[in-house]
Write a new protein. Structure first.
Length: 313
């Protein structure tokens, strides 16, 4: 069972300290507006409660202050995804939610029906947990039904990639990678780097990488806990390749990696040699994943550029 971190009294105390007196007086103050739909400070604080409990983060006032910006941006993106999903009649049905809850119970060694008890023990509302589950289901359906049909990988692309790998003078290795992608803009770049550094420390101290990826990552792999899968080591970008080579298997890369589209926290799994044979299906999957990543970023960038977003805190 997932570990219980904070008592109800501590949670209440932190909440009172964290929010301003004005927000404490009215839990339904507006934190942001997304195309006319409000996100309240109550929504934001409930989401931070869920993040801390399910990701095994060590609760503190400082952590909540750092969480607030990213948690709010995640809620904004979820609202945009939900609004856009309505155009395609994409919804999270009760059957979808029940299946996801059963999967959570299974993965966390909870008995059937243990989800409600987990929420109670963690001082969380079921509504807050289900809200997040619903958002994850909708995003996964958008990826599958809207973005994936736009992706095409040709036979030539696969053969060209295999040829590149085979022409390498060194042995060919594949590495299993997972990532948390934190987007940023000019105004929030340093905040994002600081937050990523804090998350790395938390993960090294026992926080759950996969659940943090589900909470914050804006990559297309977020719903799968950030798992990218097997990639040829030689095809990694310069800085990432250097850091992967310097990192031992089954370890977190010890610093955030900056790129044009965000700040990455990367976890290295295993390494394997593919010197004798290179699986064309694995190469195709890799190319699909790379294109899906680009398409999902383009999709979210477009949604945000067309939206009316007003942040009030």
């Amino acid at each position: 069972m997932l570990h219980k971190f904070i008592t109800y009294v501590t949670l209440c105390a932190i909440y009172i300290v964290f929010v301003s007196p004005a927000l404490a007086e009215d839990k339904y103050n507006i934190a942001a507006v997304v195309n006319g739909d409000p996100i309240t400070t109550f929504d934001l604080n409930e989401r931070m409660d869920v993040i801390i409990a399910t990701s095994r983060l060590q609760d503190s006032i400082q952590l909540r202050q750092q969480l607030a910006h990213q948690a709010l941006q995640t809620l904004i993106n979820e609202n945009l995804q939900r609004q856009n999903a309505e155009k395609y009649n994409i919804k999270a049905s009760q059957e979808d939610i029940n299946f996801a809850i059963a999967d959570i119970e299974r993965r966390n060694n909870l008995p059937a029906g243990g989800f409600a008890a987990f929420a109670y023990n963690q001082r969380l509302t079921e509504e807050a947990l289900i809200s997040q589950i619903r958002a994850q289901i909708i995003w996964k359906k958008i990826l599958t039904n809207v973005l994936r049909p736009k992706i095409y990988v040709s036979k030539f692309e696969i053969e060209d990639k295999i040829s590149q790998l085979k022409s390498s003078k060194s042995n060919v290795y594949e590495v299993h990678l997972s990532e948390i992608l934190l987007p940023f803009d000019k105004e929030s770049s340093q905040k994002t780097i600081d937050f990523a550094t804090k998350l790395i420390t938390e993960i090294e101290n026992g926080a759950d990488f996969g659940n943090i990826a589900k909470q914050f990552s804006q990559g297309s792999t977020a719903a799968d806990g950030g798992a990218i899968g097997w990639l040829p080591q030689e095809q990694l970008s310069g800085q990432l390749k250097e850091l992967v080579i310097a990192t031992k298997d089954d370890n977190l890369i010890p610093k955030p990696i900056a790129s044009e589209d965000g700040i990455r926290i990367v976890k290295l799994g295993k390494r394997r040699s593919v010197e004798k044979e290179i699986d064309p299906q694995a190469i195709e999957n890799m190319l699909i994943q790379q294109k899906m990543e680009l398409e999902s970023k383009r999709y979210m960038k477009e949604l945000r550029s067309k939206a009316f977003i007003e942040v009030r805190i």
